[in-house]
Structures are given as structure tokens and as C-alpha cells.
Design a protein. Structure first.
Length: 304
């Protein structure tokens, strides 16, 4: 039978991730029938997933090439989406994740162990996923529609930006005009993302990418003692700059860029006279940024 890389997503990643999602939902007190409805399988299948050993499920994903952090982020994000009834978004998120893993050739070693006839120089998966900045940003915004994240929105509001790989100007950076505010208890974008939607975050990304090209996405969140403790507890690498009374976009971008060469996850601007402190969370894409923000939010805003 013809072997294709897509079988790695459907036959390896999907069942093991489903098992971990089912276990997480069950731990939240959800019934097997409810889990089956949310996950999209039968109740007997859910029972089978729940009977499996969690370490075995995680181990299989690790053998496939996923890191512990990638597994935890993937499962947590899927649980957040399906538990709020957003199954289509969960499906799109998982599909995007799987195709990205393939296109980045992260599953190749595992695939070659399964099929020794695959040549060492095979690169066909590189063309399986064509980057779509707008779709990825919309998915990230969907993940951020979480009550715990609402407590991280600063007085000046938040925004989430994503730059083109070869960004040279503000119009090469996608963001939300009007920013992200808390409406009905959840972070909600004021409008659809547009290119050039945030001069502030675009200026920061354009400057920081001169020193750390890995980071193409950034979100600003509030900063206080509670957020500081959450960032440190999360294990995310962070650096502080300031305080400074300079509030113009270029001055703040220059301060952040000056310490970004080591590619920290978070740069904290301590604010100044009339300047609200903010933490800037960076990542390779907005899905990675949203996962880091959710990690901070969980440690900061949910009871232990």
C-alpha cells in the first residue's frame, strides 16, 4: 500500500492527541458521552482512550518527533477549543499544526524508521503547507478568547502582530486595528487583522528582527507582580528593560531590540512616568505566542 507522509498525522498524531485530550477533559469532570461529542468519536472509543496509559500516549508522540512543550501546548489549546464548542477551529488548528510539523521536516526521522525505503534526502513534505499569515493569526486570536487571558489585557489594551518573513515596513506586519479589548469577559479583537494594523508592534518587530530573525510575532500583555511571578514560574526566558519615560514607538522598539539578540520569550518594559509597564511575548508565529500567553495566564489567573 502506498505510504504517504499524511498518514503520520492521521495514524500517529491524531489518535494519541485525542487520547490526551480525552484524559484532560475527563479530569475536568466531563462524562464520556460529552467527551465523545466534543472530540468527534464514539463513546466506546473514548473509553478505550481513557484506559490507555498517559505516559504511553506522550511517549508515542515523543518518538514521532514532538517535544514535551509541543505536546503540552497542542493538547492544552485543543482542550480549550473543544470545551468551548469550537470544533471546526480545533480541527483547523490541529491540521495546521500537523502540516507545519511535516513541512518543517520534524517527523522525517520517525517516518524513515517506519519505512526504510524513504531516501535520506527526501524533502517532499516541505511543500505540503503554504504559510497563511491571516489564517494563523485568526486561529491564535481564537485561542486567546479565554477568560483567564482577560486578566492580562493592560489599560492600553493588547494587540497581536505577525510579520512577513521579509518584512521591511509597517505594511508588512499583520495586526488588529483598534487592538484587543475585554468584551463579555473574554479578549475580543476590535476588527479583523489587517496589514499595517499596529504601528507600535510593527515597529517593535521590525527592529527586533534585525537581531533575532526567529521571532516574527509578538503580543503585549500587562505587567505587574503577579504577571512577573507567572512568567518566572512558566520557565519562559525573560529580560527587563527600563524604566523609561520615552513613550514613542521607536524609542520603545530600540530598547527592546537592544536586548533581543538572545531571542528571549518575553521582554518586559518597566514603563515610566505616564508609560504603562508591558510585557512583550515573542514567538515564531502567533500560535506559539498565544500558547505562551495562555501559559502565563493559567499560572497568573487560575487557582492552583
Amino acid at each position: 500500500m502506498l505510504d504517504t507522509p499524511l498518514s503520520l498525522i492521521t495514524d500517529i498524531l491524531l489518535p494519541n492527541v485525542r487520547g490526551l485530550v480525552a484524559k484532560r477533559l475527563r479530569a475536568q469532570g466531563m462524562s464520556q458521552n460529552k467527551i465523545a461529542l466534543l472530540v468527534g468519536v464514539t463513546q466506546p472509543a473514548i473509553k478505550q482512550y481513557l484506559d490507555e496509559d498517559e505516559d504511553d500516549l506522550r511517549g508515542k508522540l515523543g518518538e514521532a518527533g514532538l517535544s514535551n512543550d509541543e505536546v503540552e501546548s497542542l493538547v492544552s489549546n485543543l482542550v480549550s477549543l473543544v470545551s468551548s464548542g469550537r470544533r471546526e477551529e480545533a480541527s483547523l488548528y490541529f491540521t495546521t499544526f500537523g502540516l507545519t510539523m511535516l513541512s518543517q521536516l520534524k517527523l522525517c526521522n520517525f517516518h524513515r524508521r517506519m519505512n526504510t525505503s524513504i531516501s535520506p534526502d527526501c524533502r517532499i513534505c516541505q511543500s505540503l503547507y503554504r504559510e497563511d499569515e491571516e489564517t494563523e493569526l485568526q486561529l491564535a486570536l481564537s485561542l486567546l478568547r479565554n477568560e483567564s487571558v482577560a486578566k492580562l489585557i493592560p489599560e492600553i489594551l493588547s494587540n497581536l502582530a505577525y510579520s512577513k518573513r521579509d518584512a521591511k515596513e509597517i505594511l508588512d506586519v499583520l495586526a488588529i486595528p483598534g487592538r484587543i479589548a475585554v468584551i463579555g469577559g473574554v479578549p475580543t479583537p476590535a476588527s479583523r487583522p489587517t496589514w499595517g494594523g499596529s504601528r507600535h508592534l510593527a515597529t517593535i518587530l521590525l527592529e527586533t528582527r534585525k537581531r533575532c530573525q526567529r521571532w516574527r510575532s509578538v503580543m503585549n500583555i500587562k505587567y505587574d507582580d503577579g504577571v512577573d511571578e507567572a512568567i518566572r514560574s512558566s520557565g519562559l526566558i525573560n529580560i527587563k528593560v527600563g524604566p523609561s519615560d520615552r513613550r514613542d514607538d521607536q524609542s520603545i522598539a530600540n530598547m527592546i531590540a537592544a536586548v533581543i539578540s538572545s531571542c528571549p520569550d518575553v521582554v518586559i518594559h518597566l514603563g515610566g512616568n505616564g508609560v504603562e509597564p508591558n510585557a512583550y511575548v515573542f514567538g515564531e508565529n502567533p500560535l506559539e505566542v498565544s500558547s505562551k500567553v495562555l501559559k502565563i495566564a493559567k499560572l497568573c489567573c487560575e487557582p492552583s
